[in-house]
Design a protein around this ligand. Structure first.
Ligand SMILES: NC(=[NH2+])NCCC[C@H](N)C(=O)O
Ligand SMILES: [Mn+2]
Ligand SMILES: [Mn+2]
Length: 361
């Protein structure tokens, strides 16, 4: 057995402080209902668990943001035709404005050393949450940040490569700088500067199984590390997580870097999380999803998490359906695991491979 390690203390957010931003936004895709997710998650008791069971001090303005002030007048946010694109970008001004505001909100929490939880909303909002965290981490720690993207999809289309024009399929291309503000309207995502960006070599995908052909090329060209469902079947989730953390230098004894976890609920199998806009069969079991979150918590490097794409209006019989309830329950479970549930002692990182002080109880 190795001696207790002191890893992770360098970047730890204040141990018990959690900043929450509830983002009721659905403009990154075309199905309504995903904007109702934060309220549904909160109503099912997530914040009580975070405060009472997990003992975090919660910083939350009590608002589910719809960003009405930041949205252009109805009918004016026209699809943007980008040269060479298969489909026009949908709601470009709305998504750019909302994510810019969200970036500032997340930055506010992260720059005070709080762990930041962003409840979406569709996955386009990660443009705001990840950029806000990245900026705060650069300022606080003079460090780059890792991004773990758990999803059935790679969400790395450019406006040119996207077949749908939905921006929730593009956030990673903007966050890495692979896509710049479009020439046709440089204001759209023109606010994204180097300080907001994530280095492609610090990104790890987990759970992929529906990647568009141009996205495969982008992943390859930029050498981005990705673990598909095939890899999870082959190696098991334990080994995949070891390899994922090793890639971002966050494994046992490694120097480490702060981690932003962006969790799209459609990474889970539709059996467990049917209420989502773009479900894909053959996904993660709930335990695999929870395990991913637990392992990331265990590193001590987690500084921010997004939970996105829960859409209570989808799956058969609407918001009250069993499917919607199950999806919300699964989403809450993922968040609690990332915040330290099931572990005997939060942040008690000893030797995460030998001593296993905190196996699940
Ligand atoms: N966040 C998501 N659920 N993204 C789904 C993206 C689907 C498809 N690749 C697209 O670009 O439109
Ligand atoms: Mn997805
Ligand atoms: Mn996604």
């Amino acid at each position: 057995m190795t001696a207790p390690s002191t890893i992770a203390t360098k970047f730890l957010p204040a141990k018990d402080q959690l900043g929450l931003v509830a983002v009721g936004f659905s403009g990154g895709q075309c199905k309504s209902g995903v904007d109702a997710a934060p309220s549904a998650l909160i109503e099912s008791g997530l914040l009580t668990d975070i405060q009472e069971t997990l003992e975090y001090t919660l910083y939350h303005d009590g608002i589910v943001h719809g960003y009405a002030k930041h949205l252009p007048a109805p009918g004016t946010d026209l699809p943007l035709h980008v040269a060479g694109a298969k489909a026009p970008m949908i709601n470009p001004i709305s998504v750019s404005n909302v994510t810019h505001t969200l970036c500032d909100q997340v930055y506010e929490h992260a720059s005070k050393g709080r762990l930041v939880l962003t409840l979406g909303g569709d996955h386009s909002i990660a443009i705001g949450s990840v950029s806000g965290t990245a900026k705060a981490i650069r300022e606080r720690h003079n460090s780059e940040m890792a991004l773990i993207w758990v999803d059935a999809h790679a969400d790395i289309n450019t406006p040119e490569s996207s077949g749908s024009g939905n921006i929730h399929g593009m956030p990673v291309s903007f966050l890495t700088g692979i896509t710049k503000a479009p020439k046709e309207n440089p204001n759209i995502f023109g606010w994204i500067k180097d300080e907001h960006k994530v280095n492609p070599s610090n990104i790890v995908y987990i759970g992929l199984r529906d990647v568009d052909i141009p996205e495969k090329k982008i992943l390859k060209d930029h050498g981005i590390r990705a673990f598909s469902m095939h890899d999870i079947d082959r190696y098991g989730i334990g080994k995949v997580m070891d390899m994922a953390l090793d890639h971002i230098n966050c494994g046992p004894g490694q120097e480490g870097m702060p981690i932003h976890l962006s969790f799209d609920v459609d990474a889970l199998d539709p059996y467990v999380a049917p209420s989502t806009g773009t479900p894909v069969r053959g996904g993660l079991t709930l335990r695999e999803g929870d395990f991913i979150c637990e392992v990331i918590h265990e590193t001590g490097y987690l500084v921010a998490m997004d939970l996105v794409e829960v859409n209570p209006a989808l799956s058969g019989d609407g918001p009250e359906s069993i499917g919607a309830k199950e999806t919300i329950r699964a989403g809450c479970s993922l968040v609690r695991c990332a915040l330290g549930e099931c572990l005997l002692d939060r942040y008690c990182v000893t030797d995460i491979h030998n001593i296993r002080l905190f196996s699940a109880i």
